[in-house]
Design a protein around this ligand. Sequence first.
Ligand code: SF4
Ligand code: SF4
Length: 446
Amino acid sequence: MTAYADRLEALAAEAADRCTTCGKCFEVCPTAREIGLDAGQAVARVGELAALTQGAGAPPDLLLKWLNACDGSARCSAACPEDINVRQWVTIAKMKALDATRPRDVGAANAANRFRHMAQAVRLLASMQLPSETLKKIVAPAERRTAEVLFYTGCNVLRTPHIVLNVMDILDALQLDFDVVGGTAHCCGVYQFQEADLPTYERIGHRTFERFGRSGASKVLTWCPTCTKNFDELEKDVEEPFFDLGHVSEFLAANLDALKARFVDQPRRRVVIHEHLGIGATVDSIRKLLGAVPNLELVELVQDSGFSYACGGQAAKFKDREQAIHRALAEGAVAAGADTIVTMYHSCHRALAGTEAVYPLRVVNFTDVIAEALGRGGHPDYYRLYKTGGSMDEAVTAARTFLENNGVRLDEASVQSLTADIFDETGLAGSRDAFAQAFTALAREG
Ligand code: SF4
Ligand code: SF4
């Protein structure tokens, strides 16, 4: 075992030692209920979790079902009277259980396939929406940066890159010495960890984290909720870094006075935040930020915000539940007289970007709102155009220019793969044919 693997084991062992097997974590687990596991057997399930951690051999079936269902909501951690990070414990146990029940090369192959698929989609979508100088700036090696603050994008937000441009505008407005870093060359290694391919995880996610340290930055601002969770629980807790780590929304909320002083008049809006609990103080921070925007009224809606920490990812295992959450949100927002849904994260933004094809609601990310309140932002959200359907002229014209600028060629097979990628995700959308036909025509231009 490597030193890193040893330290992970130690974190899980510490949780097992402190656990009183009261069962509260299992009782509140939304995914355990979703797959029909009995809350009345909480003590037995947690006992099995502790036994697995203490080396009791292969995990029993019901424990394995629980671990595999976990989508990282962190409701367990919030319920634990001993203040144990149960999500972290479950994540490590799940990796260990997978390793014990499946040949390691199967997991490694799954992880490699998932990474390859994600990297191809990210590369194409970013090349369709961003100029090459911006892309090059983002993917340049982390260790060569010299700024005090690193804004770490992760990989998948580059499918909706206007969000990255917004954050850069906001940090610029704060006159911060910052640099932006991300892309698949700086992946957090989530697929490798999820597939129990720990050696490759160490070469990807663990190394990315070490590269931040080598840049000499004193602060790393994360964007992606998965990267935030992983770096917090699988890196920072394993070994305290020299830099400060936190989600960008929390940093902006801490700098609200400086932002507020720069806010300009805004149009009247009634907005609902599409909420997810589970990642630090992000919901509260975003609520605080939006609450300070001139003429913006926050409409409170009861939501199923504890089911997962973000849309997509692990939550995508529960398509029907996700679909029901999206529908209830949109219908609730309309009934409450809201005109806008504000998304917290990029995966939620992708899921809801096509809402206006179905409901009289605009969908924007919170960074759109804050950047515009600062008199900046306004970056086109081409993904919203893809997802809403209708005329693709603006999106195609932009993509033609950006693809040429990035030296990337779109072929028909890539358009088919992208269409599936964009429209097979759970969410609200208009016609997929509008995107497929318009971009197939673009691919045929050669
Ligand atoms: S993180 Fe959420 S889904 Fe996973 S075990 Fe905890 S409560 Fe259940
Ligand atoms: S809630 Fe905490 S103490 Fe109780 S069983 Fe779960 S981990 Fe153990």
